[in-house]
Write a protein that binds this ligand. Structure first.
Ligand code: MG
Length: 155
């Protein structure tokens, strides 16, 4: 068994969609990013790639490449999961935490889990997604950004 860790942060700005776990969450600001800015999918991708020592998301989808402009991150995650399988490994489980002051994510967690699980081709029971605020502290607390952490076990 091998464990991997991932982290991602994105700025929140007006005029962009707030995409997390492959779904658009209604809010007055959204994630700034070269792709759709889905910090959760990016952290999970780095966690599974890290577990397999296959590098990170930027290695396969550089933000200097126009091909990935506004790319759907669930698709990037699907490609990364394929690389894990190609390496002879299987994803055992993923646990993750999103840090975001607003809006409340609880109503969206089930659908996010289903989306991420579909991208990884595992059961939703293998995908945990949690949401926290940072109690008003720092760049997540003042609403200027969103952060996601993830760990993954592959075997
Ligand atoms: Mg990112």
């Amino acid at each position: 068994m091998r464990i991997g860790h991932g982290f991602d942060a994105h700025r929140l700005v007006e005029g962009r969609k707030l995409i997390l776990g492959g779904i658009e969450i209604p809010f007055d600001r959204g994630v700034l990013g070269h792709s759709d800015g889905d910090a959760l999918c990016h952290a999970i991708a780095d966690a599974i790639l890290g577990a397999a020592a296959l590098g990170d998301l930027g290695k396969y989808f550089p933000d200097s490449d126009a091909k990935w402009k506004d790319a759907r991150s669930t698709e990037l995650l699907r490609v990364c999961a394929g690389k894990i399988r190609d390496a002879g490994l299987a994803i055992a489980n993923v646990d993750s935490t999103i840090v975001l002051e607003q809006p409340k994510l609880a109503p969206h967690i089930l659908l996010m889990r289903a989306n991420v699980a579909a991208a990884l081709d595992v059961s939703p029971s293998m995908v945990s997604i949690k949401a926290k605020t940072s109690e008003g502290l720092g760049f997540t607390g003042d609403g200027s950004g969103v952060v996601a952490f993830a760990v993954a076990v592959v075997q």
